[in-house]
Design a protein around this ligand. Structure first.
Ligand SMILES: *[C@@H]1O[C@H](CO)[C@@H](O)[C@H](O)[C@H]1NC(C)=O
Ligand SMILES: *[C@@H]1O[C@H](CO)[C@@H](O)[C@H](O)[C@H]1NC(C)=O
Ligand SMILES: *[C@@H]1O[C@H](CO)[C@@H](O)[C@H](O)[C@H]1NC(C)=O
Ligand SMILES: *[C@@H]1O[C@H](CO)[C@@H](O)[C@H](O)[C@H]1NC(C)=O
Ligand SMILES: *[C@@H]1O[C@H](CO)[C@@H](O)[C@H](O)[C@H]1NC(C)=O
Ligand SMILES: *[C@@H]1O[C@H](CO)[C@@H](O)[C@H](O)[C@H]1NC(C)=O
Ligand SMILES: *[C@@H]1O[C@H](CO)[C@@H](O)[C@H](O)[C@H]1NC(C)=O
Ligand SMILES: *[C@@H]1O[C@H](CO)[C@@H](O)[C@H](O)[C@H]1NC(C)=O
Ligand SMILES: *[C@@H]1O[C@H](CO)[C@@H](O)[C@H](O)[C@H]1NC(C)=O
Ligand SMILES: *[C@@H]1O[C@H](CO)[C@@H](O)[C@H](O)[C@H]1NC(C)=O
Length: 526
């Protein structure tokens, strides 16, 4: 008897539970057809259960991402959004079941063209309603810029901005409770995009996490385009081999590693490092002619430690920070054109697909800078509107970044300080810059570099170990980050050692008595 009564009751309870569980899924599947916004065409809305290895069959091959593991139950909405009569963005909005009332926009990299699905997955798993766009074109090439300024405009600012405006509207429609706070996360070009929004749309975000920013953008591309003519191709007398760069790097480390008190293979503050590499000149004492430097090669090496200068000798972009010689040997110094730079000059500056990257001189840098389409430079030092709006920006840069010299973040900090007439303690109110020693471009490197700026560098959700959660705590609880703790992680995923990275302009000095790997053996000093 009991059984017979209980079975239907149980199944009723179960079906109610299932329906409740599925309300989110049902809402998701119905959501696509409810979207009615100008310029927006919905491609699909699909429910993706947490743990799915999502196939990204439509992702352009050059984006090199054919699958993404989705970590949490998510409603995935894919759209096309017209930005003019000859341009459009591909936009995705990911709405997690476990929503925290926070909206977030991701950014892009290089001169792509690629939705950063790993950032969507990361931030959705932390409960953010999150958007990512393709920056107005597909894939990693800049060819789409050719004779289409609207695509350049999308790239300069409109893709992120449009994605945020639409993303916020959809977040309001999807969640009855709307959203409370709005965030941004990006690195490299993504860092520039974050700064662009701060400068041009100061009300868009409550908090911006902008890493290794590609700001001073046109000059950055000139700087990265300058190395190929400097080194020449690999058969040129000016070319320096990877073995030679490695010797240069060892010498730089010899001269600069101990300046922070610790000979641990990591230069905490490249500012103090002014390499003298003349001792590497080939002479009668040289025992190995394949690792000493000819005069022409010495000139190549020394030039990398000088800023890019314009035709009037004005400094346009800082030197490469010393300490990255061995890595840069294969990229910037590799005797090849740097593709982003070549594409920019070919498809934007000169509208000439045959432009020769070996012909680059400072005259070209001047031409490109004068164009500065849609103010893509992203170099405005007046952040007063952002400050007035109550915005917070947490920015970081790897001190061993071989693609975007970390000196650029120092230059910008100084520029803002000067433009606004604010000293560091006043800037601290809304703008904090952390220097991550031993970090390469956005992640990786020999230092304690895992700071939670993405899925790949996540060790903890504690705000002290996670720059995104540090930003959230600053915005929502008014507790600003004093340092960023980075972890060095073994291949098996376990944290081996940690270091507290200092807030600029403080720098890290080793005092002991613990080992170099003891974070408490270090102090941030003026
Ligand atoms: C997801 O699928 C791709 C191929 O479709 C595969 O290469 C990758 O290893 C898978 N990832 C996981 C976490 O299973
Ligand atoms: C980019 O790729 C998507 C997906 O394949 C496609 O729908 C869209 O039209 C493409 N966008 C452009 C600008 O070619
Ligand atoms: C959602 O959040 C709850 C409580 O924080 C947690 O127990 C659960 O695992 C989360 N679910 C998913 C799918 O992330
Ligand atoms: C729709 O796109 C056009 C450009 O094609 C733009 O002028 C207009 O402002 C957009 N409408 C909205 C509501 O964003
Ligand atoms: C596209 O819009 C521009 C104005 O933004 C206009 O000058 C041009 O004629 C339009 N082109 C077409 C094909 O409609
Ligand atoms: C927004 O913040 C308020 C106040 O802290 C809170 O009660 C509410 O739940 C939040 N909304 C969402 C969507 O999280
Ligand atoms: C280097 O190689 C290129 C292509 O093989 C050739 O055209 C050029 O003359 C060479 N330059 C030198 C300095 O040997
Ligand atoms: C070669 O080495 C000797 C002994 O260390 C030194 O005195 C001399 O100056 C060196 N020659 C050059 C050209 O550096
Ligand atoms: C010279 O240096 C090169 C590059 O490090 C190395 O491969 C070679 O063995 C060295 N030769 C001698 C004689 O030490
Ligand atoms: C991970 O590897 C380190 C050595 O690299 C070792 O000390 C540690 O015990 C390992 N941890 C796990 C969980 O296997």
């Amino acid at each position: 008897m009991l059984h017979l009564r209980l079975v239907p009751l149980l199944s009723l309870v179960l079906s109610i539970l299932t329906a409740a569980e599925d309300a989110f899924k049902t809402k998701c599947l119905n959501f696509g057809s409810r979207i009615d916004l100008p310029n927006v065409t919905v491609n699909f809305a699909s429910y993706v259960p947490g743990g799915t290895n999502l196939s990204l069959a439509d992702n352009p091959p050059s984006c090199d991402a054919s699958a993404q593991e989705v970590l949490t139950d998510t409603c995935r909405v894919a759209m096309a959004v017209a930005t003019s009569n000859r341009s459009q963005i591909t936009l995705e909005a990911w709405f997690p079941r476990n929503y925290t009332g926070r909206f977030l926009s991701t950014g892009n990299g290089g001169i792509s063209g690629c939705i950063q699905y790993y950032d969507l997955a990361y931030t959705a798993s932390l409960g953010f309603a999150t958007v990512g766009a393709n920056n107005g074109h597909n894939g990693t090439s800049g060819e789409a810029f050719y004779k289409n300024p609207d695509v350049v405009e999308d790239f300069a600012w409109r893709s992120v901005y449009t994605g945020v405006v639409i993303g916020k509207e959809l977040t309001k429609q999807f969640y009855d409770e709307s959203f409370n706070k709005s965030y941004y996360l990006g690195c490299s070009t993504g860092g520039r995009q974050g700064w662009k929004m701060i400068q041009s749309f100061p009300d868009l975000f409550d908090g911006v996490l902008a890493g290794s920013p590609a700001f001073n953008f046109v000059n950055l591309l000139s700087w990265s385009g300058r190395f190929y003519p400097l080194t020449g191709p690999s058969n040129a007398s000016t070319f320096v081999t990877p073995a030679q760069w490695s010797v240069v790097g060892d010498l730089v480390l010899d001269q600069c590693d101990a300046l922070d008190g610790a000979k641990d293979g990591i230069i905490e503050d490249p500012d103090f490092c002014q390499p003298n590499v003349k001792s590497l000149r080939c002479d009668s004492n040289s025992t190995n002619s394949s690792i000493c430097l000819s005069n022409a090669q010495l000139h190549t090496v020394e030039s990398t430690y000088q800023p890019l200068r314009g035709v009037h000798n004005e400094a346009l972009y800082p030197r490469m920070q010393p300490g990255v010689e061995a890595e840069a040997a294969y990229i910037m110094y590799g005797g090849q054109p740097f593709p982003f730079s070549t594409d920019w000059y070919r498809y934007v500056v000169y509208n000439n697909p045959d432009w020769d990257p070996l012909s680059f001189t400072s005259k070209d840098a001047e031409v490109a800078l004068a164009q500065n389409p849609f103010d893509i430079e992203t170099w405005n030092g007046n952040l007063e509107p952002f400050r007035q709006a109550g915005g917070k920006v947490l920015t970081y840069h790897g001190m061993a970044d071989p693609l975007i010299s970390s000196d650029t973040s120092k230059w910008y900090y100084g520029r803002v300080s000067e433009t606004m007439g604010l000293d560091p303690s006043s800037l601290d109110e809304f703008y904090r810059y952390f220097r991550i020693s031993g970090m390469g471009h956005c992640q990786g490197g020999t230092g304690a570099t895992e700071i939670g700026n993405g899925l790949a560098t996540l060790t903890s959700l504690s705000p002290e170990d996670n720059v995104l959660m540090a930003l959230v705590q600053w915005v929502e609880d008014g507790i600003p980050p004093e340092y960023v703790r980075g972890s060095s992680v073994a291949t098996n995923g376990s944290v081996e050692w940690t270091r507290k990275h200092c807030k600029y302009p403080k720098h890290n000095i080793y005092f002991g008595p613990g080992a170099y790997t003891d974070e408490n053996a270090w102090k941030c000093v003026e």
